[in-house]
Design a binder for this molecule. Structure first.
Ligand code: PGA
Length: 252
């Protein structure tokens, strides 16, 4: 399975800066055997698309979606709207949304299902908070978030889905999760999936690691069994650093 690296800009880079990032990143030497995507804010999708021109690398990833197709949902954006920008991936359930916007497991499940229906690959983010970890609830939380997120996905869909294991305590803190610990979390996530979709199908699902990934630790993750890529926040803001990360990552 091909390694997937996603740059997550979070709430950075409006249309002007987004275009600049894409153009600078396109000048980087990029490996062919790694899938590369960039998660841009909704308002910057059009600029990112037009800076890409006909190029498909990096693929576009949205940072969120609403579950309904259209209707009276002021401020929201549907999966079919995202397809108009050629969006191939979309994050769902990022912990920052769960924490600041009150996203629940049920909302995450509905969003993932809506994306799959529209042919966009949902990248479902799961992960325990520091408190949950301290209370010894990490595995329980992961099990619950994973099972809920896939509960509304269609078994026979041609559109795959992916997970990103992002322990909240590792995001933006510089305290990256030890690769061995990430491996255990990935195994648990895959195990929960296997119960629902079968062992073979679960083996095909990419699980990325996210949380303080940088040029010093990316090789550790990419050489860890069951880690199929990375979701990179802070270290992706500089296109040259993200280019370096892409070159450093090796196929899982
Ligand atoms: P970070 O963010 O790499 O800055 O820790 C990762 C993420 O939240 O996607």
């Amino acid at each position: 399975m091909k390694t997937l690296l996603i740059a997550n800009w979070k709430m950075h880079y409006g249309p002007i800066k987004a275009g600049g990032w894409i153009r600078a990143f396109r000048r980087e030497r990029l490996p062919k055997d790694v899938d590369i995507a960039v998660a841009v804010p909704h308002v910057s999708l059009a600029a990112a698309r037009s800076s890409l021109g006909r190029a498909s690398i990096p693929a576009l990833c949205a940072q969120d979606v609403f579950w309904a197709d259209d209707g009276a949902f002021t401020g929201e954006i549907s999966a079919s709207m995202l397809t108009e920008f050629g969006v191939q991936y979309c994050l769902v359930g990022h912990s920052e949304r769960r924490i600041h916007l009150g996203e629940t497991d049920d909302m995450v499940a509905k969003k993932a299902a809506a994306l799959q229906k529209a042919g966009i690959i949902p990248v479902i983010c799961v992960g325990e908070t520091e408190q949950q970890q301290k209370r010894g609830e990490a595995l329980k939380v992961l099990r619950q978030q994973t099972a809920a997120a896939i509960s509304q996905l269609a078994a026979n869909s041609k559109t795959p889905f992916a997970f990103a294991y992002e322990p909240v305590w590792a995001i933006g803190t510089g305290k990256a999760c030890p690769a061995q610990k990430a491996k255990e979390a990935h195994e648990l996530i895959r195990g929960v999936m296997a119960k629902k979709i079968g062992e073979t199908a679960a083996q095909q699902v990419r699980i990325l690691y996210g949380g303080s990934v940088d040029v010093h630790n990316i090789v550790d993750y990419m050489t860890t069994t069951g880690v199929n890529g990375a979701l990179v926040g802070g270290a992706s803001l500089d296109p040259r650093v993200f280019g370096l990360l892409c070159r450093t990552a090796i196929p899982s």
